[in-house]
Ligand binder design. Structure first.
Ligand code: BTN
Length: 250
């Protein structure tokens, strides 16, 4: 990766509305001959995307933005990217507001047992292989603005009676923390004991009873760790341990 003291000079783009800021940043990366260090944010999205092909409800009152991280190699496996993005969001929120959020493995930000935000990480093969982190956080949505079918699973700062952070400060703080993790501390391919410790201590998943769909059927067990390779460890009732690298634990 780049020099250890490397701190990218970023281009910030603020949009009123976007279909999806991840789509915007991917297009920018594909069209550029140079490495793209950008942040694109929008006040609302008409076609916000989540993991596993899902849509992400993105009305005004939330923060929706994507950050690009040009990579120096051609390594297509960056197992810690999503976890580092989640940790950055959780740390930034705590530093700005004092509110401690948790990370539901691998990509959701949780508060009070509900989803406060989500992260969609994608790899883009432009002239320079580039990782993109798309982050959505529910800030000033009121309880009554949350669709009925989502009220049991989704929340926002305002719905919880919390003061939301300022959007520009939150974007800057999350971006700075992620830049430090990726370019200065080089945590993308293997993380330090300190970082994995921080990820574990903020894990919403550890200790939860879960189900996970495998090729051979659904397994049930308890999440017992987030391993040093980024996988979630599920311990089955007979004591067998399974490592989960992708998909969703329910
Ligand atoms: C998820 O919940 O599975 C991830 C949601 C990620 C949403 C963010 S909002 C900014 C960026 N643009 C998108 O279309 N998605 C991400």
């Amino acid at each position: 990766m780049y020099e250890s003291s490397f701190t990218p000079l970023r281009e910030f783009v603020f949009l009123e509305k976007s279909e999806s800021t991840n789509n915007d940043i991917k297009l920018k990366i594909r069209q550029s001959a140079e490495p793209v260090f950008a942040v694109i944010s929008a006040k609302e999205q008409s076609g916000g995307r989540g993991r596993l092909g899902r849509s992400f409800f993105s009305p005004s009152g939330g923060l929706y933005f994507s950050i690009s991280f040009p990579l120096s190699g051609e390594e297509k496996n960056i197992p810690f990217f999503t976890l580092l993005a989640g940790l950055s969001v959780s740390l930034a929120i705590e530093q700005l507001t004092g509110v401690r959020t948790l990370i539901k493995w691998p990509n959701d930000i949780y508060y009070n047992d509900k989803k406060l935000g989500g992260i969609l990480c994608e790899l883009v093969s432009g002239k320079t292989l580039t990782a993109a982190a798309g982050i959505g956080i529910n800030l000033s949505l009121e309880k009554e603005d949350i669709p009925e079918e989502l009220t049991s699973v989704m929340t926002s700062f305002c719905a919880e009676g919390l003061s939301p952070p300022k959007t520009d400060e939150l974007i800057r703080k999350i971006t700075d923390i992620l830049d430090t993790f990726i370019y200065e501390q080089k945590q993308l391919f293997s993380v330090s004991p300190e970082i994995i410790g921080a990820i574990r201590s903020r894990s919403y998943s550890i200790g939860k009873k879960v189900k996970y769909e495998t090729e051979d059927g659904v397994i049930s067990g308890t999440v017992t760790n987030i391993n040093t390779n980024g996988a979630a460890e599920i311990t089955l009732p007979d004591g067998t341990k399974r490592e989960i690298f992708c998909g969703e634990i329910i």
